[in-house]
Design a protein around this ligand. Structure first.
Ligand SMILES: NC(=O)c1ccc[n+]([C@@H]2O[C@H](COP(=O)([O-])OP(=O)(O)OC[C@H]3O[C@@H](n4cnc5c(N)ncnc54)[C@H](O)[C@@H]3O)[C@@H](O)[C@H]2O)c1
Length: 288
């Protein structure tokens, strides 16, 4: 008997049994997924399963349940700043991987999915009660305007103290910035992100007793609406790319992939700031 679990494409899982492909409902219960496939095989195939085949199928189902349950453990994920850019890419990534996502943003969202809840909230103000968050992604941030310390640093601390410091937490990721380590960009922005990296380490110490990790991602240029004015100016964009070693900026989904790695695959990296900048900080001319 040949069987395979197809990769997840959206919230539905495709299961192939004896060359026939079944689409199962979202991963609320692996058992119901498998049982539905089994009954479809029985009912729509028009063939009656013989007793020995039934026994084989039952043991196959048991193995499949064990495999599928090991493969996806649904987690409760809270992400800030999900209306657009990196936060939206992260929301889509965790949904694609079968998790429940709650997004907090001051703006509305066009993203609709059965496993996604969008809450309009300002991270600097009183926050809604949400219990048992397992993964927290502190992404919301602003680049200029004078409130960078309040939003990027104090807002992030506000969110983390409310949802992150509790025994259900498994992992926290903070969107810092390359400017946290080189001091470049706008003064308040750089200072706020430097504060985020230090606070991330403080959190790593405090959630370690729960076997949970805390890390930050420090991106250089990322293609998001935040940088639209640069992307729209060919000469300016070219100059920015020329500052990097690889002559490019990262895509939003690359940051989402790295975030997912840190929260769901990583078990041993904690208290670290990960630079993803296309070699911008490394680029230097050797003069002899
Ligand atoms: N894009 C880059 O080049 C880049 C580079 C390094 C770091 N970052 C950081 O990554 C994060 C995301 O960046 P992006 O490019 O996706 O930005 P973005 O401006 O496209 O998205 C930020 C989101 O945060 C939300 N937000 C802003 N203030 C908020 C508040 N007070 N409460 C709730 N939500 C709020 C916005 O509404 C928006 O949806 C930011 O923290 C940013 O500093 C971005």
């Amino acid at each position: 008997m040949r069987q395979s679990l197809m990769p997840l494409t959206d919230d539905r899982q495709h299961i192939k049994i004896r060359g026939r492909r079944y689409t199962a409902p979202p991963l609320t219960s692996t058992c119901s997924v498998v049982c539905q496939s089994y009954s479809e095989d029985n009912n729509t195939g028009g063939k009656k399963l013989k007793n020995d085949r039934l026994a084989n199928t039952t043991s196959f189902i048991t193995a499949l349940v064990a495999f599928a349950e090991r493969r996806v453990i649904k987690m409760k994920v809270l992400i800030t700043g999900t209306s657009r850019g990196i936060g939206l890419a992260c929301a889509k990534k965790y949904i694609e991987m079968g998790h429940e996502v709650i997004g907090l943003d001051i703006s509305t969202s066009d993203f609709i999915h059965a496993n996604y809840t969008h809450i309009i909230a300002d991270i600097t103000k009183n926050l809604p009660d949400i219990s048992d968050i397992e993964i927290l992604i502190n992404n919301a941030g602003i680049q200029e305007g004078g409130n960078e310390i309040d939003v990027n640093l104090k807002g992030t601390i506000n969110v983390t103290e409310k949802y992150g410091i509790q025994k259900k937490i498994r992992s926290i990721v903070f969107m810092a910035s390359s400017s946290a380590s080189n001091g470049a960009e706008f003064p308040l922005y750089a200072a706020s992100k430097g504060g985020v990296v230090t606070y991330m380490k403080n959190v790593a110490l405090r959630i370690a007793p729960f076997q949970a990790t805390s890390n930050s991602i420090s991106a250089g240029g990322v293609i998001t609406p935040l940088n639209q004015h640069i992307l729209d100016d060919e000469n300016l964009y070219k100059k920015c790319l020329n500052e990097t070693l690889l002559n490019k900026w990262a895509k939003d989904y690359e940051i989402a992939d790295l975030t997912y790695y840190l929260t769901n695959i990583n078990k041993s990296i904690t208290g670290q700031d990960i630079l993803i900048d296309n070699g911008e900080q490394l680029k230097s001319n050797f003069i002899w």
